[in-house]
Design a protein around this ligand. Structure first.
Ligand code: SAM
Length: 263
């Protein structure tokens, strides 16, 4: 390999063709689809996506050396941005507001920030129709965790708010070069039709932050902080519970109530 993979950019390239095919097949890409890939790297997934012949493919890669190579290898149908996904405006991709299929073997250091950005930034709207993403296995477990389990927390609550999530399979560290320290998992996310509507989706982030900043304490304190003396609302809860015992739906209700009372 001519360039050394950069740890700072989470460069662990997927080398197992069976896994690559399984991931790309999850997209069920047809010829009218627009596809967006985050961090194409050396183009391992990209090649397979191109083979499925979608209408257009957008790639975003922060590493300028890799971007140059991708630009020489892929010309037709492929639009490459040498940018940082955290600063990128995804709404600019489709002028006709067609929803995209998104793939990403995500850089692990920013994988949750990317997901949270895609959930909270656009409020009630979606620029994607499906996300197919690879995470570290322990992060994937936090995303799909059920109420009351040890992995349950802010990430589970925020991720499940307007997305239907499915876990597909785990990926061994032996399927990458260089080999990472941990196992990975592939998840897909599709927009829900019905979900709780907030005035400002950042309020869900705020509410869950207040509860989970003291995860082991009882919920009395965060409820008082958010609702001051609104005893009628506060007293409907069993105040001996801890943040991890309240369901996702309860957090969506609390956020709605917070928005009402903050007026
Ligand atoms: N898709 C390739 C594969 O599966 O073999 C590479 C995946 S590698 C885990 C993550 C890729 O994301 C790297 O190519 C890295 O340079 C790129 N990357 C890291 N941070 C990024 C950022 N903020 N914006 C865009 N790309 C980024």
């Amino acid at each position: 390999m001519e360039n050394n993979p950069k740890k700072s950019l989470g460069q662990n390239f997927l080398t197992d063709s069976n896994i690559i095919n399984k991931i790309v097949d999850l997209g069920t890409i047809s010829k009218n689809d627009l596809v967006f890939e985050i961090g194409p790297g050396t183009g391992n997934l990209t090649k397979e996506i191109i083979n499925k012949n979608p209408k257009k493919i957008f790639l975003i890669e922060k590493d300028s050396m890799l971007t140059k190579k991708l630009k020489t290898n892929y010309k037709e149908k492929v639009i490459i941005f040498n940018q940082d996904i955290m600063k990128f405006n995804e709404n600019s991709l489709s002028k006709s507001k067609e929803r995209l299929i998104v793939f990403g073997n995500l850089p692990y250091n920013i994988s949750t920030q990317i997901l949270v950005k895609w959930i909270l930034n656009n409020g009630l709207n979606f620029w994607y129709k499906k996300l197919i993403l690879m995470f570290q296995k322990d992060v994937a477990e936090r995303i799909i965790a059920k109420t009351g389990t040890k992995n349950y927390g802010r990430l589970s609550i925020i991720s499940n708010w307007k997305l239907q999530i499915q876990k597909h399979f785990d990926v061994s560290k032996n399927c990458f070069f260089p080999k990472p320290n941990v196992e990975s998992s592939v998840l897909s996310f599709v927009p829900k039709i019905n979900f709780t509507k907030f005035k400002n989706s950042r309020n869900l982030e705020k509410v869950t932050r207040i509860f989970f900043s003291q995860k082991r304490k009882m919920i009395n304190k965060p409820l008082r902080k958010l609702f001051k003396n609104k005893n009628e609302f506060i007293n409907q809860f069993n105040l001996n519970l801890r943040p991890g015992n309240l369901s996702k739906e309860t957090y969506y209700e609390i956020t709605k109530e917070y928005e009402k009372s903050a007026n």
